[in-house]
Design a protein. Structure first.
Length: 287
């Protein structure tokens, strides 16, 4: 069964969020939502999430799942905000516990910050399956960018998060804590072993040399033939050398510090202080 996929592009963070729904019927899942955050003022905004909610409500859809491909480092998740308005279970990869352990230390979180993934409704393992109405979803563990990265294959559509990007842009960086270019190469082979006609929906787009429009949909066949980092059967050695050299030149994403603190809590802010005010930390020389 082929799901219908509607994309929402957030230009501020180059993130693509998706609503994936039954071709007939009303069940849907939301993948990788965005809570807008202005770093300079520390203010959140729900404009991006409200667009998704308006679509879902306008079409009369039932949100069964709110899925995260991983703990994002470049935008805040709107999962709890959306869940409050539409329902649905928040899911992420089982290895979220590894990410929580790493960043629990970086942000010097106290014992009230549980490192067991219990902030999420569902922790997925490799090989798990789930349903969106009549659609079947399969879970691939595809680490490398982060230890908890998942690819959700729903019908003939694979939501690959930050693994592969569009063929002319390549692949995701692997230099965050717990990342590994060798592991990403192996994860990508798993994605490329899906049937050639499998639709691939990427987690970000940054345009690419010679392309002035944003794009987010491609196929396994196109990736195998055209991906500039990994296509045409590039070897693991070639990939690792290219990826590590490129990562050494990249700065940190603008929103990495707020994003990690919020996303490792399933999109919740840290607990408010006794006056009800919420603060995010800015660790110095830690990342
Ligand atoms: Fe990411």
């Amino acid at each position: 069964m082929k799901p219908f996929v509607k994309a929402f592009f957030d230009e501020a963070t180059n993130t693509v969020s998706y609503v994936v729904r039954e071709p007939e019927g009303r069940a849907c899942a939301i993948v990788d939502s965005v809570l807008d955050f202005d770093h300079a003022s520390g203010r959140t905004d729900t404009r991006s999430a409200d667009e998704i909610i308006a679509y879902v409500q306008g079409e009369g859809l039932n949100v069964e799942w709110i899925l995260e491909s991983h703990v994002h480092a470049d935008h805040l998740s709107a999962a709890p905000y959306i869940q409050e308005k539409t329902g649905g279970k928040i899911g992420i990869g089982r290895n979220i516990t590894v990410v929580q352990d790493t960043f629990g230390k970086v942000f010097n979180e106290g014992t009230e910050f549980q490192r067991d993934g219990s902030q999420f409704d569902q922790l997925f393992d490799e090989g798990d399956s789930f349903h969106v109405g009549q659609l079947r979803g399969d879970v691939l563990h595809t680490p490398g960018h982060t230890p908890a990265c998942l690819t959700y294959v729903i019908g003939d559509a694979a939501f690959v998060g930050d693994t592969l990007f569009m063929p002319d842009f390549g692949t995701a960086r692997c230099d965050f804590p717990g990342g590994s270019s060798k592991t990403l190469y192996e994860s990508i082979q798993k994605i490329l072993s899906l049937p050639d006609e499998t639709r691939i929906y990427v987690g970000h787009d940054y345009k690419a040399p010679g392309r002035d429009e944003y794009a987010w949909e491609t196929t396994v066949g196109e990736q195998k033939a055209l991906n500039v980092h990994i296509g045409q059967g590039k070897s693991i050695e070639e990939f690792v050398q290219m990826r590590d050299a490129r990562d050494a030149t990249l700065g940190m994403p603008r929103l990495i510090l707020p994003s990690l603190q919020v996303n490792m809590r399933a999109g919740q802010m840290p607990p408010a202080d006794e006056k009800g005010d919420v603060f995010l930390k800015l660790p110095v020389n830690k990342i």
